[in-house]
Design a protein around this ligand. Structure first.
Ligand SMILES: [Mn+2]
Length: 265
């Protein structure tokens, strides 16, 4: 597994399987049968596979199959944990238990946040176990990959490995641990220069966890820069180049894109 392999990144899919397949085919990374055709490249998904869009479980199945096929071919397909992936698990595991969220139970919180019964009904053990082993962060080719543009990761550890280990335990833990993690789901805008200190926070976040540039999803690009959803076709680089948002807002009508993270000079 070559860690200098050309790095491609795709943002939040939210159940839009057909759009995702189109993007991966166009980028010559996968075919419609979830077979890896990307050769020695590597591909990372930024989490939030389900909710809001028509086929979250189909999206999970496709990514799981693609990851396995790429591994068989000596290539890496990575995937990060998103808050909606945690939400789906919580609706399954702790459905009617009381939560601290706006709905009052885990199921109602998840449904309010775009959760779909059609996904929950098709959620199987293999999906649950796959989500439970997803890393929350990774450093690849000098990029720090995280789902959310948020600082709460620091509450779970001081290194990538520590954060990933702690969150893996959270996902094996009880309702209270899920509740605490899900409460961070709305955190965003940590690194934008539009908020005082954003660039400094980006620099500090990189100093803490490593990498020279943060790449994240979670906050649709139009929410950051006001661009119409239908016009977003590429990543949004901000914070003096220290941060890259790859969430094209697919669930609100964006066509999405695959971002190629070229080697930093
Ligand atoms: Mn998210």
């Amino acid at each position: 597994m070559d860690n200098d392999a050309p790095l491609f990144i795709i943002g939040d899919i939210h159940g839009h399987l057909e759009k995702m397949i189109r993007l991966l085919r166009f980028a010559n990374l996968a075919n419609s049968k979830a077979e890896w055709v990307g050769g020695a490249a590597q591909l990372w998904f930024m989490g939030d596979f389900t909710d809001r869009g028509p086929d979250g479980i189909g999206t999970l199945d496709f990514v799981m199959r693609l990851q396995a096929d790429a591994a068989r071919k000596g290539a890496r397909v990575g995937a990060l944990l998103g808050n909606h992936d945690v939400g789906l698990l919580s609706a399954h595991l702790w459905r009617d238990q009381r939560s601290g969220g706006p709905g009052g139970t885990f199921y109602k919180d998840w449904a309010k946040n775009g959760g779909l019964d059609s996904d929950l009904a098709r959620l199987e053990t293999r999906h649950i176990e796959w989500i439970q082993q997803l890393p929350a962060m990774a450093c690849v080719n000098e990029r720090l990959l995280v789902h959310a543009d948020a600082l709460f990761y620091l509450n779970y550890g001081e290194t990538i490995q520590a954060v990933n280990e702690t969150l893996a335990r959270v996902l094996q833990g009880g309702a209270a641990e899920y509740d605490r993690l899900l409460a961070y789901g709305g955190d965003r805008f940590a690194f934008t220069e539009k908020n005082a200190g954003g660039v400094t926070r980006a620099r500090q976040f990189l100093k803490q966890f490593g990498g020279r540039q943060i790449i994240h999803g979670h906050t649709p690009i139009p929410v950051m820069n006001g661009e119409p959803y239908g016009r977003v076709t590429r990543a949004y680089v901000y914070a003096n180049g220290l941060a890259v948002n790859v969430d094209g807002g697919i669930y609100k009508g964006g066509v999405g894109f695959v971002y190629e993270a070229a080697p930093l000079t």
